[in-house]
Design a protein around this ligand. Structure first.
Ligand SMILES: Cc1cc2nc3c(=O)[nH]c(=O)nc-3n(C[C@H](O)[C@H](O)[C@H](O)COP(=O)(O)O)c2cc1C
Ligand SMILES: O=C(O)C(=O)c1ccccc1
Length: 322
């Protein structure tokens, strides 16, 4: 890959403290396994908001897949489909949602809340018609993070021929005036499950539930927004407390192995999302590369469940984690 584009995918905000801390938080945890549980073959299947998953993992929304590989978002979706997981399609996708949906993958669509409500309504209608099963609203981006590597590299624009194909020629707006009334309008505007992505503070998790969110994603945008923000795994317990089981709590950031997934689930997450490892698989080998990433994570999770004495994700509990 062009090293400038590699930096775009790999990089984070500021000094990349949060980027590093997401992974470090998982590496700090240890598993206290149970023995003699007679699990037999494991069953990894999970259902989240009506979407059936072959394992508790979704593909996190990431921008610009055509920069990584000519297969683009449709290649990622093809791998999601064959692995039986869902893909959250970024609003900054470089292929039309209809082309991505043609793969037959289970899709959710990620939306940066747009101040142009007419455009937002048309986009919602378009992605709903294409068959997406959920709307993921990213709430951690009132302004774009300071991407140190992109600034150093002068990466500001997509190369000629590439564009955000679901934006009708518009730029994605980030709007620092948006607040909960915008979420209330979105809630009224769609019958699809509404998920808020980018929740870290327990008070915001509670507000998300009272404003009608069907799930929240504990996320710091992979360390690309507020550098110095808490690692997602460290934020998870307080968010779970605040939500009190009313809606599923998902998590992303720094998940790199099947044991990372096990740790997140044991601490109470319903499912996990994975960003950079999927982009890396796409860049390496297109759809088969993404498939390899997903199947490696599946095999690792299955193995870790066996060794920790759990037949299924729902059997995991916080007492297994130190
Ligand atoms: C290259 C890149 C692009 C991203 N683009 C988006 C995006 O368009 N919308 C969004 O909500 N999150 C975006 N994210 C954040 C991811 O959805 C996710 O929160 C994060 O990557 C998870 O961390 P991980 O990469 O450590 O797995 C992006 C992340 C990366 C690395
Ligand atoms: O969300 C991001 O991290 C990101 O890189 C991005 C890319 C294009 C438009 C908006 C955000």
């Amino acid at each position: 890959m062009n090293p400038v584009h590699r930096d775009f995918f790999d990089g984070g905000a500021g000094e990349e403290r949060t980027l590093r801390d997401n992974e470090a938080a998982f590496r700090r945890r240890r598993i206290i396994p149970r023995v003699l549980r007679g699990t037999g073959p494991r069953d990894l299947r999970t259902t989240v908001l009506g979407t059936d998953l072959s394992m508790p993992l979704l593909i996190a929304p990431t921008a610009f897949h055509l920069l990584a590989h000519p297969a683009g978002e449709a290649g990622t979706a093809q791998a999601a489909r064959s692995a039986g997981v869902a893909m959250v399609v970024s609003m900054a996708a470089t292929q039309p949602i209809e082309q991505i949906a043609d793969t037959g993958a289970a899709l959710w669509f990620q939306l940066y809340p747009q101040p142009d409500l007419d455009f937002q309504a048309r986009l919602l209608e378009r992605v709903t018609k294409a068959g997406v099963e959920g709307i993921v609203v990213t709430v951690d981006s009132p302004v774009l993070g300071t991407r140190t590597r992109d600034l150093r590299n002068g990466f500001t624009d997509l190369p000629p021929g590439l564009a955000c194909r679901n934006m009708d020629g518009r730029d994605i707006a980030m709007d620092d005036r948006l607040g909960w009334p915008h979420i209330d309008r979105l809630r009224r505007a769609t019958d699809l499950p509404l998920v808020l992505k980018g929740i870290l503070h327990p008070a915001d998790a509670a507000l998300a539930v009272t404003h009608g969110a069907d799930a929240v994603i504990v996320s710091n945008h992979g360390g690309r927004q507020l550098d110095g923000a808490i690692a997602t795994l460290d934020a998870l317990p307080a968010v779970l407390d605040a939500v009190g089981g009313r809606v599923p709590v998902l998590i992303d950031g720094g998940i790199r192995t099947g044991t990372d997934i096990l740790v997140a689930l044991a601490l109470g997450a319903t499912a996990t999302l994975v960003g950079r490892p999927v982009v890396d698989g796409l860049a390496r080998a297109g759809a088969p590369g993404v498939r390899e990433t997903l199947e490696t994570l599946r095999a690792q999770l299955d193995h870790a469940l066996a060794l920790a004495g759990a037949q299924r994700p729902a059997e995991l509990s916080p007492d297994l984690i130190a």
